[in-house]
Design a protein around this ligand. Structure first.
Ligand code: A2P
Length: 340
């Protein structure tokens, strides 16, 4: 039995963490809900009982065994060292610690062994990365992967609960012919899409703190760097173009994968059929493939539409969809906690 604290309990991922802890009957001794001063006193139901939200502070972690943190990178940077000092293990959902060599970056279906190396913090990977790697890893093991290119179609949930609410409100306003003032999302989102709005490296020295190479945004580079770290393979060629689409909560990705060993479409389906956390979902005769509404609220990454890429040797295209808040964030974090 563990004493657990959720940092960012009122957010989109925080709420899902609560739902999954209850669903999977996580062995809890106690549960502390932490958020900003704005949420103090708010009551949140967990297994029929009201829990009062407390302010996240440096002294919030006394007696806590496990912290599930999803309040944003700067909050993790500031508070999670205090959690470790107090003796807790942190599963961190933000990008802040992910590339720190002292911090394991874990997808339980891929590199559970890395958990053992932790020194108090384990990082949960980026949502688009987790969703891409679930079907990619078994193919990597079976055939080797020369190169993968992902085009993402990312939901509003990746920008948090307030972005989801803003998309709902903007859709309603625009459908009613009204104007809408955005506060969270930088561009019109309803009936539109835009390349991912994470920091873009334009090559100027002012942007030198941006980790991505010139011309990339951070989200795209996370998919590259985190894949290398999780697979333990710096040589794997990975590339991504990330786009936000007006979908509430599941990310879709078009993957183009060049394999090292010869394979057929049938062999790829055979591997995917037994891949942990992956489910084939398609009815080709109906022209029906995985969609965000199929994946929303579900655990697996749904895959389909595997076909030969006619433009190059031994390359295949595939369409995948996964719930960003569940496997892309909260579920992966709780699977890590269960392994711990
Ligand atoms: P709050 O609701 O009090 O603002 P999301 O990713 O869905 O936007 O959620 C972000 C989460 O992080 C929320 O629970 C939010 O709490 C929390 N959060 C944001 N800023 C802070 C802060 N300064 N201290 C603690 N929690 C914070």
């Amino acid at each position: 039995m563990k004493s657990v604290a959720i940092a960012g309990a009122t957010g989109a991922v925080g709420q899902e963490l609560l739902a999954i802890l209850a669903e999977r009957n996580f062995p809890l001794k106690s549960l502390k809900l932490l958020a900003s001063a704005r949420s103090v006193g708010k009551k949140i139901k967990f297994k029929g009982e009201d829990i009062t939200v407390q302010e996240l502070r440096h002294d919030s972690f006394e007696g806590v065994d496990l912290v599930l943190s999803s309040a944003g990178g700067s909050i993790s940077k500031e508070y999670m060292p205090s959690a470790v000092k107090a003796g807790a293990v942190v599963v961190d959902n933000t990008s802040y610690f992910r590339m720190n060599p002292e911090v394991p970056l874990v997808v339980p279906e891929i590199n559970p062994q890395d958990i053992k190396k932790h020194k108090g913090i384990i990082a949960n990977p980026n949502c688009s990365t987790i969703i891409m790697l679930l079907p990619l890893f078994p193919l990597y093991k079976a055939f080797g992967v020369e190169r993968v290119h992902a085009c993402t179609y990312q939901a509003a949930s990746g920008a948090g609960a307030t972005a989801m609410e803003e998309l709902r409100l903007e859709c309603a306003a625009l459908a009613a012919g009204k104007t809408f003032t955005r506060t969270v999302i930088p561009h019109q989102y309803a009936f539109n899409l835009f390349p991912h709005n994470s920091s873009y490296n334009d090559g100027s020295s002012a942007k030198s703190s941006v980790h991505a190479p010139t011309g990339y945004c951070e989200e795209e580079w996370k998919m590259v760097a985190e894949t290398h770290k999780i697979f333990g393979d710096e040589n794997l060629r990975v590339n991504a173009t990330c786009v936000r689409v007006p979908v509430l909560r599941a990310h879709s990705e078009a993957l183009n994968i060049r394999l090292s060993k010869k394979a057929s479409v049938a062999e790829i389906y055979d591997v995917l059929r037994t891949a942990p956390g992956v489910e084939i979902l398609e009815e080709p005769s109906e022209n029906r493939w995985p969609m965000p509404i199929d994946a929303s609220g579900k655990d697996p990454v749904f895959a389909g539409r595997v076909r030969v890429d006619q433009s190059q040797d031994n390359a295949f295209d595939m369409w995948i969809v996964g719930d960003q808040i569940r496997k892309g964030a909260a579920l992966n974090a709780i699977q890590i906690a269960e392994l711990l």
